[in-house]
Design a protein around this ligand. Structure first.
Ligand SMILES: Cc1cc2nc3c(=O)[nH]c(=O)nc-3n(C[C@H](O)[C@H](O)[C@H](O)COP(=O)(O)OP(=O)(O)OC[C@H]3O[C@@H](n4cnc5c(N)ncnc54)[C@H](O)[C@@H]3O)c2cc1C
Length: 351
């Protein structure tokens, strides 16, 4: 593969298994650092990366006991601005669809949960308590019966499908070769290094990683001509003990997400999806008038502590997988860490 003008070729060939957002980010990062990269995937974009809400939201995802994940997420959020800027020329539209998150809590229990999440972040400057009236002003169309609210101005949201398509184009531009084949054994692939990035299928390819699939559904709604515009911030809400989020897109919103274990069937389940929509309508009643475009399910590649596995395995084989509910957020930091690991033999500790 010829090196791109301006990039220095290094003497390293790499095979990447999986062309989801994580695999393509890893491939792009390695190729930009000068490696010769081949990505192998029978169906690029068929995994969770196509389904995700696209929130780049480490603070909103924070929970007591998950501090290593929070730290990794904050590092990746900081990498997202230069990552999006470098990727934008390969995209069909604006990658970033929202700046800032507003949290809404409907009852006293929801307000207590919001306080717990805020405490987990630990830095009040990043997770601002807001008066409910101010939150309703920040989110036009929000229902007035809000018990508590908070704002997280640093977070963003991206159109995950545009990101995935842009990564395919950026990889192609950087000389990455895409082979549409299914991998059975990563040890059989050529290269100085092989990186397993096969999302929820990673454990089948590299047994013992401890990745389990966790099903989740999202609903896509499109704004009709008579409807209020979508919010310009991501709206996250706790509604009588349940969680819902509404993530802006150019033409509407994504409402997410359900979560269940031990279900590999990608057919959406009607009951949980109806609950999700009920909760979204409870905080943003104007969404009732939107068009229902799509209900999609995906499998989050999850680990027991929700921290991804970015590590050497055996011989030439490495893993970069297990990103659970945060794979879009964590893609840039994963690309950077794998590049360090493969080209500079640098392995980072998490805690
Ligand atoms: C409902 C839902 C909402 C989410 N919302 C968010 C969010 O708002 N923000 C966020 O950061 N994250 C979110 N996530 C999580 C995020 O989508 C995942 O963590 C991320 O997409 C994982 O990316 P990946 O590339 O590792 O896996 P995937 O996107 O699943 O890609 C894996 C790829 O591996 C390929 N593959 C599988 N087996 C083989 C094989 N044998 N050989 C070759 N290739 C193979 C597949 O074809 C696929 O293309 C959400 C997930 C779900 C399900």
């Amino acid at each position: 593969m010829p090196a791109k003008e301006g990039s220095q070729q290094v003497d390293c060939t790499v095979s990447v298994v999986g062309a989801g957002t994580v695999g393509l980010t890893v491939a792009w990062s390695l190729a930009r650092a000068g490696a010769r990269v081949t990505v192998v995937d029978p169906d690029p974009g068929s995994g969770a990366s196509w389904v995700a809400g696209g929130m780049i939201a480490p603070y909103s995802e924070a929970w007591p006991g998950e501090e290593p994940l929070l730290r990794l997420g904050i590092e990746s959020l900081r990498l997202w601005a230069p990552f999006a800027e470098a990727l934008q020329p390969f995209a069909d539209g604006p990658l970033i669809t929202a700046r800032g998150t507003v949290w809404l809590a409907v009852d006293d229990g929801d307000a207590a949960d919001l306080a717990t999440a805020t405490a987990a972040v630990g830095d009040a400057a990043l997770f601002w308590p807001m008066r409910p009236s101010a939150a309703v002003r920040a989110v036009p169309g929000a229902a007035p019966r809000i018990r508590a609210a908070a704002s997280v101005p640093e977070e963003i949201a991206v159109d995950n499908r545009l990101v995935h398509r842009a990564l395919l184009a950026a990889c192609d531009d950087a000389g990455v070769v895409l082979r549409r084949e299914r991998v059975e054994d990563p040890h059989g692939l050529p290269g100085d290094a092989v990186i397993v990035c096969a999302g929820s299928a990673s454990d089948r390819i590299a047994p013992g990683l401890g990745i389990r699939p966790v099903k989740g559904e999202v609903v896509r709604l499109r704004r009709g001509r008579q409807c209020l515009p979508p919010p310009t911030v991501t709206v996250r809400a706790r509604v009588h003990g349940r969680q819902v989020y509404v993530v802006p897109r150019a033409d509407g919103v994504i409402v997410g997400a359900t979560q269940y274990e031990n279900d590999l069937d990608l057919a959406p389940r009607i009951g949980p999806v109806v609950d999700l929509l009920d909760d979204a309508f409870a905080v943003l009643p104007s969404l009732r008038e939107y068009d229902l475009i799509e209900v999609t399910a995906g499998l989050r590649p999850s680990t027991s502590d929700n921290v991804p596995v970015i590590a050497p395995l055996a011989g030439r084989v490495f893993a970069a997988t297990g990103h659970g509910r945060n794979g879009i957020l964590l893609a840039p930091v994963t690309g950077a860490r794998v590049t360090d690991m493969v080209l500079n033999q640098e392995v980072h500790a998490w805690s």
